[in-house]
Design a binder for this molecule. Structure first.
Ligand code: FE2
Length: 386
């Protein structure tokens, strides 16, 4: 794990001067998925997305109940975990939710204080501060529940020099597909149930000391058929951003309701992964078989110069290139951003990835919401879930 902290990629520090940082977060540490078959999932994320083999825990390392594969690409660390017998509680998670995100782990200086500060403000404990040791030092981890059965783990690794965590060994593989240019996690989005968005906004404010820095209501996020609301929560230094979505009334079933029906709970909807060259990254992902949402209509691309206004002057990408790859573009006062969304990564229409390149813009592609959701609705219609 790199100890280097890239000093606030977002330049949001000023906005958050008022935020009370009783929970200093250094960054995202790892994201753990509970999956039905970690070996096959690891192959998929390596082959399709270019993640690299990093660490392993299983029968060979003395883990009798579960197997975990740790994959890395630049600063993104994914852990894929599967149970080894029917008694493991991991099974219950998979039976109910299918494959999905169990843990969003946050890198902290002090995991004991993180646990104490959050639980005293009302967080439901998941794991008391626990010291794990091996010959490379020690890691302290603690955990609290957030929405649904999702968990935030706090990871203190300043006294550890080993591979990932104690209990893991380095995973060397003969199969090493090249990376695709994915760099770090820009934001992670949670879907929560009806009337729950503000409950969780308040939870992140009260329990984690986050601030709400952007809000979108159903008047801004709607199509002919469906609507949703979203509020973006950020920690004090702007490194961690968690938008929270809830469904809103529409003529048909929104994608958030579809998610809640299939995940059978609140949970993580998508991880947004950054790249410095979205055209190159998306071209490679497509060649490797990653499926993306269908493209917006031609009129969307024809309207780009008008929508971008002055930002067109600084735009380096060719609109035809974007059109060919179905990449979307949006702008705010600070610049523009390019983004594209994969189809769900498993058979249940639940978790997906966003690929994002920020060219100054700090928003989330609000100008693309309508085109994006219409695209999702065409997919929902095919699934019979609209
Ligand atoms: Fe996003």
């Amino acid at each position: 794990m790199s100890k280097e902290v890239k000093s606030v990629e977002y330049g949001l520090e000023k906005i958050f001067e008022g935020a009370e940082d009783f929970l200093p977060l250094l960054g995202t540490d790892y994201v753990e998925f509970y999956v039905g078959n970690a070996k096959q999932s690891a192959h998929f994320y390596k082959t399709a997305f270019g993640f690299q083999s990093y660490a392993y825990k299983g029968l060979e390392t003395g883990s009798r109940d579960s197997v975990s594969y740790v994959l890395k690409q630049d600063k993104i660390t994914l852990v894929l975990t599967t149970p080894l017998n029917s008694k493991s509680p991991i099974n219950d998670h998979i039976v109910k939710h299918g494959d999905g995100v169990k843990v969003i782990a946050l890198w902290v200086e002090d995991a004991r204080s993180a646990f104490e500060e959050t639980t005293k403000r009302g967080a439901k404990p998941y794991m008391e501060p626990t010291v794990e040791k091996d010959e490379n030092g020690e890691v302290v981890r603690s955990g609290i529940y957030t929405y649904g059965e999702t968990v935030h783990m706090f990871v203190e690794r300043k006294n550890y020099n080993g591979t990932f965590l104690p209990g893991f060994r380095e995973w060397k593989s003969d199969y090493n597909p090249t990376p695709t240019g994915l760099k770090y996690i820009d934001h992670m989005v949670g879907n929560v149930g009806w009337n729950q968005m503000n409950v969780w906004v308040k939870w992140y404010e009260d329990v984690m000391g986050f601030v709400n820095f952007l809000s979108f209501d159903d008047k801004q996020i709607h199509t002919e058929y469906s609507a949703l609301m979203s509020k973006v929560m950020s920690n004090g230094n702007g490194r961690i951003k968690f938008p929270i979505n809830e469904p809103a009334e529409g003529a048909k079933r929104s994608q958030i309701e579809e998610y809640l029906d299939f995940y059978e709970d609140a949970g993580v909807q998508h991880l947004a992964l950054t790249t410095d060259d979205i055209i190159k990254t998306v071209s490679q992902l497509k060649e490797r078989g990653v499926e993306f949402l269908p493209p917006p209509p031609q009129a969307y691309y024809d309207a780009i110069p008008e929508r971008l206004g002055d930002h067109m002057k600084m735009m380096k990408e060719d609109i035809n290139e974007l059109r060919k790859l179905s990449i979307m573009i949006d702008a705010d006062e600070d610049g523009y951003l390019l983004q594209i969304f994969t189809k769900p990564l498993e058979d249940r229409p639940t978790l997906f990835f966003e690929i994002i390149q920020r060219m100054g813009a700090k928003g989330f592609g609000a100008g693309n919401f309508k085109a994006l959701f219409e695209s999702i609705e065409r997919e929902q219609a095919q699934r019979g879930t609209l």
